[in-house]
Design a protein around this ligand. Structure first.
Ligand code: SF4
Length: 82
């Protein structure tokens, strides 16, 4: 199913910022994710994007969260639901 919120994504055309290149080391990852986060903070669809990524278990940087942020968020949501 196509999600219409993607039409308003501020990250269109910025795959380089939102997905890690092969073999990326920690320092470049931190710099790349800081730039990606800055884009997300201007994005009108941050919340639906974040929800989508959490629900679908996406990989990469979505809704101002990286994979680790999303794992932590999903764990605490599961804890709250139980
Ligand atoms: S919140 Fe970030 S990753 Fe999600 S659509 Fe907006 S800019 Fe892209």
């Amino acid at each position: 199913m196509y999600e219409t919120w993607k039409d308003s994504a501020a990250c269109k055309g910025r795959v380089d910022l939102f997905f890690a290149p092969a073999g990326e080391r920690e320092e470049p990852r931190i710099r790349r994710e800081a730039l990606a986060r800055a884009v997300c903070m201007t994005c009108p669809v941050l919340l639906p994007c974040r929800d989508h990524a959490r629900m679908q278990g996406e990989l990469g940087f979505w809704g101002a969260e990286n994979d680790d942020d999303r794992r932590v968020a999903r764990r605490s949501l599961r804890r709250m639901a139980s």
